[in-house]
Design a protein around this ligand. Structure first.
Ligand code: FAD
Length: 125
């Protein structure tokens, strides 16, 4: 893909955006400050306005209106995001993702980092 770099397709932008959003939700604090809760809501509102696919942005605005952002904790935000991603999946005829698996899929970055010292200990033992 890099060899013939050019504008991204709608699918590529979508995939990259969901990756960023789910990773942000996976790293969201268990006990967010008021500012962090506000940031999560604003981020989603901004995406619904500036998303680089007019039709998708318009659709997502409706999804947000029907499902206001819930960002009271890491679990709440990641479950809410999984739910709204599934609303988009359903409208596109894509498979529904099992939301109980959301942290296994997207929390990995943190888990790998936590496991690293144990791995170092085992290897050096
Ligand atoms: P994606 O849907 O991009 O998902 C990426 C990966 O996330 C999947 O491979 C899976 O591992 C995981 N995943 C899937 N579902 C969930 C879930 N519920 N929770 C957690 N992880 C999950 N495209 C359109 O054609 N029309 C639209 O109106 C439209 N609206 C969009 C609105 C937004 C806000 C975004 C971010 C994207 C939108 N897209 C839209 C793009 C579309 O959602 C997909 O990103 C794109 O079609 C590529 O799909 P994909 O099959 O690679 O998987």
């Amino acid at each position: 893909k890099d060899a013939k770099a050019g504008p991204l397709t709608r699918e590529e932008v979508g995939r990259a955006t969901w990756m960023l959003l789910h990773t942000i939700a996976a790293q969201f604090p268990d006990e967010p400050t008021r500012q962090q809760k506000r940031d999560a809501k604003e981020l989603m509102a901004i995406i619904s306005r500036l998303y680089p696919c007019k039709e998708c942005a318009g659709h997502f605005k409706e999804v947000l209106k029907a499902n206001p952002v819930q960002a009271g904790s890491q679990a709440e935000f990641s479950q809410w995001l999984c739910y709204v991603h599934n609303v988009v999946n359903r409208s596109l005829g894509k498979p529904i993702f099992p939301c109980q698996r959301v942290n296994a899929r997207w929390g990995e970055m943190e888990m790998k980092m936590k496991r690293l010292p144990l791995l170092v200990l085992l290897v050096s033992a």
